[in-house]
Design a protein around this ligand. Structure first.
Ligand code: ZN
Length: 72
């Protein structure tokens, strides 16, 4: 699918012009947009992974401290 940059209508992959507003569709621009979106989602994934790792580490540290306090 090629999404029209002007009106957002989805056109066939081989379409040269938008079926709704007749704007010229540029597959190269479309690819760049998709790649940009992909890298954004990859960054978001890494960030959530990082946050999850941090939370797990904090929980582990708290558990160790609580165990030490109980033992001592
Ligand atoms: Zn359009």
């Amino acid at each position: 699918m090629i999404t029209c940059q002007a009106c957002g209508t989805e056109n066939a992959d081989d379409a040269k012009y938008c079926t709704k507003c007749a704007r010229k569709l540029d597959p190269e621009t479309q690819k760049a947009v998709v790649q940009k979106r992909a890298s954004y989602s990859a960054t978001g994934l890494n960030l959530s992974k990082l946050v999850l790792t941090a939370v797990v580490t904090i929980v582990l540290v708290v558990v160790v401290i609580v165990l030490l306090v109980h033992i001592l």
